[in-house]
Design a protein around this ligand. Sequence first.
Ligand SMILES: [Fe+2]
Ligand SMILES: [Fe+2]
Length: 540
Amino acid sequence: MSENETENETEISRPSRPSRRDLLRAGTAGGAALAAGGLLLPGTALAAPALPAAPTAPATPATLATPTVPAPRGERVAGSALRPFGRHLAFGADPSQQVVVSWQVPDAVTAPFVRLGVKPGDFGSPIAAEVRTLVSKLSWQHPVEDQPLVKPTTVTQYYLHAQLDQLIPDTTYYYVVGHQGYDPAGQGARLGDVASFRTAPAPGRGAGFTFTAFGDQGIGYNAAATGNLISGLDPAFHLHMGDLSYANAGGSGKTSDAYDARLWDSFFVQNDPVASRTPWMPAIGNHEMEPWYGADGYGGMRARFTTPDNAWSQSTGIYSWRYQNVGLISLDGNDVCFNTPANLDYTKGKQKKWLESRLAALRADSGIDFIVVYLHQCTYSTCHDNGAELGAQQDWAPLFDKYQVDLVLSGHNHVYERTDPIRAGKATRKVASGDTVNPVKDGTTYVVAGGGGGGLYSFPAADTYLGHETANDKSVPMVVSDRGGQSQTVKVTWSRVRYTGYCLVTVDVTPAAGGRPARMEVRSLTEDGTAVDRVTVQRG
Ligand SMILES: [Fe+2]
Ligand SMILES: [Fe+2]
């Protein structure tokens, strides 16, 4: 056992996922009519049980709730002051039927649950959540000076996850989260506790959708502003390309990094208004390597997030899923990162093999038009602060070429940059803002969208973007580091759009119709919603 593993105080309770039978029982107990197969019928009122609520949906005996005893007037109920916070949703591998509701509580609670309904205020019986308790030692942490840690000598965080299966496609669900003593569905319901999500249409049935993406968000005004942009667009989901909270300020993956586990609480509170409604699908950045939590440093992430489990998955950041006609793959760039090598080669080649198998399967699927890969590190970028990753260029770019990946989204450099389409490391043709790319003929478009809010970097060449195009015909320098850490500068011609500012990427996906092929319109929007880039990706 390594020193890190010895130090690891992570305690994660993982009851099994609610089974179909559990969900049936949950719905039945709440009075909902159920379709064959156990799906909740839209338009079917779920009877809201009167308080005192006796959570009767036993996902596991370990989390079976005991009845809440009504408090005599003027008395407090145990648990009633422990208000849930930091809700965040994620899709499962099949977003038409699977959603994970996650949140935190400020102290240990009994029998945490989610209640679900297809009408606001009309909730079914509790569905038990699993508790993942994350304990971080004071001795690991080097918090900012004005927020010193004091005794007790540990920070304990309680992350709760309810994995919902067999939901109805294309349906809005309303939900509340609670625990024994705190039940927003009953008497004293707190309207602000009610949130909602929408499942994806069944594959092949949708009329198009929007998703958003950024990386490197952090906590603060600009981070909240880009989050507000997401709310305004109300996408089907949001991709977060890593470097989420910067609780690990160092980002080297070493125990010498400055770290304050409590910043994760602030991160989730900041994003609750958005992430409680829109599933956020995270990739892992270098700042998510927290070496105090297990050999790979991802024990904290595994406690905080639940990502689709269809992957070879020693890491919570390596997974794939699909939404309608788009196949999505999240990669862990730390595995190929020469610049920050704490986790270099930690999968021992398994991630690359898994990637190829997923790309082959998605490209062979006639229902998939586009493949979007998202990861933290930049395969191609001319921003010198973190440079481009030679490991990604060597290991993954040939696979992106082979399987005609349409779009690769990353963060890491805190700027916006879009390449011309690239194949075999070279630009195939110039694609200005407003133009159309055909990935079959032209190659893969790489986008860096690291302007999520966590500070800004700069380019060695002048910015050039929609409405502010500058002369951009000359080659510009790209910096890469080799496996030994020696940096090299290479002149490249594919850096088509560069914008230094906070922004996000929004992608409007339109399926094929009326003889027109499927297309993705990719735009970059600044904090005030101004478009600084627009490109259409169209196969055919
Ligand atoms: Fe970053
Ligand atoms: Fe980074």
